[in-house]
Ligand binder design. Structure first.
Ligand SMILES: [Mg+2]
Length: 215
């Protein structure tokens, strides 16, 4: 009788172990499959980002949404994406050169990006390509070391002059056609964060030190 009980206990334990092993394997396979799907579906910038030393950004339609309200005097009230802001200040603290080049004029925009540590904020620019070339000379980088992100026709000359042209998902059709990389995110909705994160991951600086956990 005791012998039969031992045999039964053995089979119960064996069954539990088998179920546990199957569950562990299921979770592992599920997690692995999800990781593979995420890796395959994530859009990556088709450019050698390790050589990128600088990034220049448009404001309207890139850092700010395409559609904004107007204040009482008719001036656009631009938006700012908080996660873009985090990535900008982190990139600046890691030594990435950053310029903001806008045709618009806004004290609020100047103050916002100066606060985030962006040293080169150019507002009221008529022809962005001139400002872009002067900025590249000033910081000592060649075009192929620069990523530029714009969303509309005035951005096209700079997109041709830089090494890697990026644009938000809701950029103008001509800009999307000219871009090396079209972000899956719209202007003002994280497209800048998307590009900065990829650059910093290529540099090994994304969330790689205690700088990532403070401002
Ligand atoms: Mg724009």
């Amino acid at each position: 009788m005791q012998f039969l009980k031992s045999i039964m206990q053995f089979f119960v334990c064996a069954k539990r172990l088998l179920i546990f092993a199957i569950e562990v394997r299921r979770v592992s396979v599920r997690q692995t499959a999800r990781a593979v799907v995420c890796a395959c579906s994530a859009k990556m910038i088709p450019y050698d980002l390790k050589k990128v030393k600088a990034i220049a950004l448009d404001v309207d339609g890139v850092l700010s949404c395409n559609v904004v309200s107007l204040d009482a005097s008719g001036q656009p009230c631009r938006t700012a994406n908080i996660k873009d802001g985090y990535a900008l200040q982190l990139a600046a603290r890691h030594g990435l050169q950053i310029a903001i080049i806008s045709g618009g004029k806004s004290k609020a925009v100047e103050e916002r990006y100066a606060y985030l540590g962006i040293q080169h904020v150019y507002m009221g620019v008529s022809y962005k390509i001139d400002t872009f070339r002067k900025w590249c000379d000033e910081i000592g980088v060649s075009g192929d070391e620069v990523v530029y992100m714009g969303d509309d026709i005035p951005d096209l000359p700079v997109m041709e002059a830089c090494g890697c042209a990026a644009c938000p998902h809701d950029a103008a059709a001509e800009v999307r056609a000219a871009a090396t990389y079209v972000s899956p995110y719209d202007g003002g909705h994280g497209c800048v964060r998307d590009v900065l994160e990829q650059i910093m991951r290529a540099h090994g600086t994304w969330a790689a030190s205690e700088k990532a956990f403070g401002w």
